[in-house]
Write a protein that binds this ligand. Structure first.
Ligand code: NAP
Length: 485
């Protein structure tokens, strides 16, 4: 139950006002655990997005001219408001997204950590004085906020994917137009309400909501509008590529956090208990719907059988149900499309020789629930090997040598997160260096945090979020030559 209902909003937020769509259209947000409607939210389009961009454009000179310390102060108030509302924000997140309440709370704290981190970083956007190349001149380099940022976020982390983008943008002095995912706009609107309470001036943060059918229209305006200088997107590689093409016409700076296909490798020297525990966390968090979820689990020949048993025991013990119940570990999938993809991957793996150890069917907790599944004897021909499953299905592959598994792990167009377990120090260095991924976790299943540079290579994206690097994505370098001195 939500105790402070101020965070429940059902209108979009443009120029400091809560507004309906120009067209008057709305779409429904539903709870994936039971199909119940939570709210009707404005289904916006071109005109609404243009208004939001104008508001952000007009607010930019006001916001950028504040001192870094003043921006930092407002970010810090926003941060404490998010913490004050943590339980309510988590309940709302669980209601619209489905993840278990404990995970939702962890996401709120994770999301808040970016606001706190960038409230501090705002004050540390330093420049340089470069030794001059002319006797009577001096050379200064500064970093300036880039301008209006168009941000588009996915449903799987409806809170943290927003703060991870907009906290650094705001800290740098940029203003923002954000489009959250159709399935999870309420978490975005709750953040906007708390931002309003924190004292951000009108137009600094704008939220344009839209149904999936309107996403292309809103995205087209954001990516082609001359007044938007930067696009920051988290979502699928397919849409990221489209947005990159669309942004080319106006040469926007872009950052893309896209899909992954993470390998999780267990070498024979590994602590198998720790690796099995890790595989469960890494694979089944958010019902397997994270971009950094283990997608392909590889175990070395000599420990394959033992590891398969340890994994199966843990998977069979996972508790499935509606996320608002304390004991639940696996919630529903986000929607029917997500469920169909999971079923297709399982069917394909079984047709191509995979052996079902457990699960492999819908769960009777509700229409969008799937039973945690383990398939062994996986091979490279299977769909699960080639694309992210985004569901509670673990596929276990077998490998012989270190060289073989590195080749298999790298044989994908994606390069986001990777994981391996080994106690052999030489192997740790060799494998960490050989994996073609933006992030490598050794003997650990969770690699996120506000202080680390999160991001991928290859078709998993461009740029980094979090850490002191994350703020650079929202600044431009300026060189000033002072002559005739
Ligand atoms: P998606 O379909 O690409 O959607 C992401 C966002 O883009 C949503 O807000 C969506 O709106 C919007 N969108 C869809 N079509 C658009 C268009 N033509 N123009 C502009 N915007 C458009 O991805 P998703 O299914 O929501 O999210 C899952 C994907 O995100 C996975 O691939 C996952 O790996 C990736 N992801 C990556 C990271 C990372 O940090 N690398 C983090 C989380 C998720 P609608 O929802 O209204 O359609």
């Amino acid at each position: 139950m939500i105790k402070k209902p101020d965070i429940l909003k059902n209108r979009a937020y443009i120029n400091g006002m809560w507004v309906s769509a120009e067209s008057g259209k709305v779409f429904s947000v539903v709870n994936p655990a039971n199909g119940q409607k939570l709210a009707d939210v404005p289904d916006m389009g071109k005109e609404d997005t243009e208004k939001a961009i104008e508001a952000a454009f007009l607010a930019f000179p006001v916001w950028r001219s504040k001192t870094a310390k003043d921006r930092s102060k407002i970010l810090k108030i926003w941060h404490s408001l998010v913490l004050d509302h943590c339980d309510d924000l988590a309940a709302l997140l669980t209601a619209e997204q489905g993840k278990p309440l404990t995970e939702a709370k962890a996401e709120i704290l994770y999301g808040a950590s970016f606001i706190e981190w960038y409230a501090e970083e705002a004050k540390r956007i330093y420049g340089d004085i470069i030794p001059t190349h002319k006797e009577d001149a001096r050379v200064l380099v500064t970093r300036e906020p880039i301008g209006v940022v168009g941000a588009i976020t996915p449903w799987n982390f409806p809170h943290a994917m927003i703060t991870r983008k907009i906290a650094p943008a705001l800290a740098a002095g940029c203003t923002v137009v954000l489009k959250p995912a159709e399935d999870t706009p309420l978490s975005a609107l709750a953040l906007a309400e708390l931002a309003q309470q924190a004292g951000f001036p009108p137009g600094v943060i704008n939220i344009v909501t839209g149904a999936a059918d309107s996403a292309a229209e809103i995205g087209l305006v954001l990516t082609t509008h001359e007044k938007v200088r930067k696009i920051s997107f988290t979502g699928s590689t397919e849409i990221g590529s489209l947005l990159m093409k669309q942004s080319a016409g106006t040469i926007k700076k872009i950052s893309l956090e896209l899909g992954g296909n993470a390998p999780f490798i267990v070498f024979e020297s590994a602590d198998l208990e720790r690796a099995a525990e890790g595989a469960i966390i890494c694979k089944f968090r958010n019902a397997g719907q994270t971009c950094v979820c283990a997608n392909r689990i590889y175990a070395q020949d000599s420990i394959y059988e033992e590891f398969a048993v340890k994994l199966a025991q843990r998977i069979k013990a996972l508790k499935v149900g509606a996320g608002d119940q304390e004991w639940v570990q696996i919630g529903p999938l986000i929607n029917g499309q997500g469920l169909e993809k999971v079923k297709m991957h399982v069917q394909d793996a079984l047709e191509k020789g995979g052996k079902l150890v457990c699960g492999g069917k819908n769960h009777d907790a509700g229409a969008l629930f799937y039973t945690p599944t383990l398939i062994r004897d996986m091979n490279a021909e299977m769909l699960l090997n080639q694309e992210e499953t985004f569901g509670p299905v673990a596929g276990l592959f077998r490998f012989g040598s270190e060289e073989d598994v590195i080749r298999a792990a790298n044989d994908t167009p994606y390069g986001l997160a990777s994981y391996f377990y080994s106690k052999d120090l030489g192997q740790v260095f060799r494998v960490a260096e050989a994996l073609e991924y933006g992030m490598v976790a050794v003997n650990e299943p969770v690699l996120s945090g506000e202080s680390i540079p999160f991001g991928g290579i290859k078709q998993s994206g461009i740029g980094r979020e979090g850490s002191h690097y994350g703020i650079e994505e929202f600044t431009e370098m300026k060189y000033v030559l002072l002559g005739g001195l």
